[in-house]
Ligand binder design. Structure first.
Ligand SMILES: [Zn+2]
Length: 315
C-alpha cells in the first residue's frame, strides 16, 4: 500500500458550490436546460464520489459559461455534495463516500429497499434524473496519477461513442458489469443490452487533485455534448486521432481482510504474467488469471468490503 507522501500535490481544491444548490428541477444541485428542439437528453453528472472534484470543475464550467443546448436537453448535476462538503485537506481521500458507495447502489433492490444512508437518499432523489437521460457522462477521477480512461459496459452503443470521442484514449470495457454492485451508468435501461437506451459512460479523468484531471473533465464534457449535437465545438479543440487502447475487465477483487497487500506498490496499468502473484489477502492469493493481466484501480488502503483491484486484459 502507498502512503500519503507518494501522492501528488493538491493542485485543485474544492470550493463552495452552495450557489448551485437551487437548480431548476426541484431537485437540489440539478440544472436542466431545454432547447425546445428535438434531440437527445444528455446528462453530465459530477461528484458521484465526494472527493472527485474534477467533475465539479467541469459542471461549474458548463453552468458558469452559460452552455445551452442547440437541440435536445442538457442536464448538469452534482451528485454527492454532502460527501464533497466533508472534504478535509489533511485526509483528502476520506470523503469519497460517507456510508455506501454512491456508484454501486443503482439497482432496484437498493433503490426500492429499506436501508438508509446519505448515498441511498441521494440516489433515490436523483433516480428520475438518471432515468430520464438518453446519454450519460458520469465524471470520476482516480486516487493514483494514471492516464485517464473510459469505463463502460461492453455494449456497442457505448464503445461507438467513446471511440468516436477518442479522449481519453484508453477504455476499460465491462462484459459482465463490475461484479461489485450497479453503477450509475447501468441504472435501468442503461444496464441492458439492446432496447432504447443511449450511451452511458464513466470518464476517469486522472488523479483527483491534479489540474490536468480538471482540464480533462471539462474537455470530455464538451466533447460529449458536441458528439450528440448539443453544442458546436471548434474542430481545433477536438482531440487529434490517437491510437486507442482497450482492456476488458475480467475480475473485481474485493478486500476481505485488513491484511490485503499488493506484492509491490501499484498505481495501475502494471502487467502480470499468468499465475503471477499480484496480492495476498490473509490466506488468500490474488494471481493473474491470464498473461498480460493488467491491473487497474489498485486500492490505496486495505478497507475490508471495498474493491481491492480490477484485473483486466488487453483486447
Ligand atoms: Zn469515482
Amino acid at each position: 500500500m502507498n502512503s500519503e507522501n507518494d501522492l501528488p500535490p493538491l493542485e485543485v481544491l474544492p470550493r463552495d458550490i452552495s450557489a448551485y444548490a437551487r437548480g431548476n428541477t426541484g431537485i437540489p444541485y440539478v440544472h436542466r436546460f431545454e432547447s425546445g428542439k428535438p434531440g437527445p437528453h444528455v446528462l453530465i453528472n459530477a461528484l458521484t464520489h465526494g472527493n472527485e472534484i474534477c467533475g465539479m470543475v467541469a459542471a461549474t464550467h458548463l453552468l458558469d459559461t452559460g452552455v445551452r443546448p442547440k437541440i435536445g436537453t442538457l442536464t448538469v448535476s452534482f451528485a454527492h455534495v454532502e460527501a464533497y462538503n466533508a472534504f478535509d485537506a489533511q485526509a483528502p481521500h476520506e470523503n469519497r463516500q460517507l456510508v455506501h458507495n454512491l456508484n454501486r447502489v443503482w439497482s432496484d433492490e437498493w433503490l426500492d429497499g429499506t436501508e438508509d444512508s446519505p448515498e441511498l437518499r441521494r440516489a433515490r432523489e436523483m433516480r428520475p434524473v438518471v432515468a430520464a437521460a438518453d446519454h450519460i457522462l458520469d465524471i470520476h477521477s482516480t486516487s493514483q496519477p494514471v492516464d485517464p480512461f473510459w469505463v463502460y459496459p461492453a455494449f456497442a452503443r457505448n464503445a461507438e461513442v467513446a471511440l468516436a470521442i477518442g479522449r481519453p484514449s484508453i477504455h476499460l470495457v465491462m462484459p459482465k458489469g463490475l461484479g461489485s454492485g450497479t453503477p450509475l451508468i447501468q441504472h435501468g435501461r442503461h444496464g441492458e443490452d439492446g432496447g432504447p437506451a443511449g450511451a452511458a459512460l464513466v470518464a476517469e479523468c486522472g488523479q483527483h487533485f491534479l489540474q490536468s484531471a480538471a482540464d480533462m473533465a471539462t474537455q470530455v464534457s464538451l466533447d460529449f455534448l458536441a458528439h450528440f449535437g448539443l453544442i458546436e465545438r471548434d474542430p481545433a479543440e477536438r482531440s487529434a486521432a490517437v491510437p486507442q487502447r482497450r482492456f476488458e475487465l475480467l475480475q473485481t477483487r474485493m478486500i476481505k481482510t485488513p491484511e490485503f497487500r499488493f506484492v509491490r506498490p501499484l498505481v495501475g496499468f502494471e502487467t502480470f504474467a499468468e499465475g503471477e502473484l499480484i496480492a495476498t489477502d490473509g490466506d488468500e492469493e490474488v494471481r493473474a488469471p491470464c498473461d498480460d493481466c493488467t491491473v487497474l484501480m489498485p486500492a490505496r488502503l486495505p478497507i475490508v468490503g471495498r474493491e481491492g483491484v480490477y484485473l483486466s486484459r488487453p483486447i
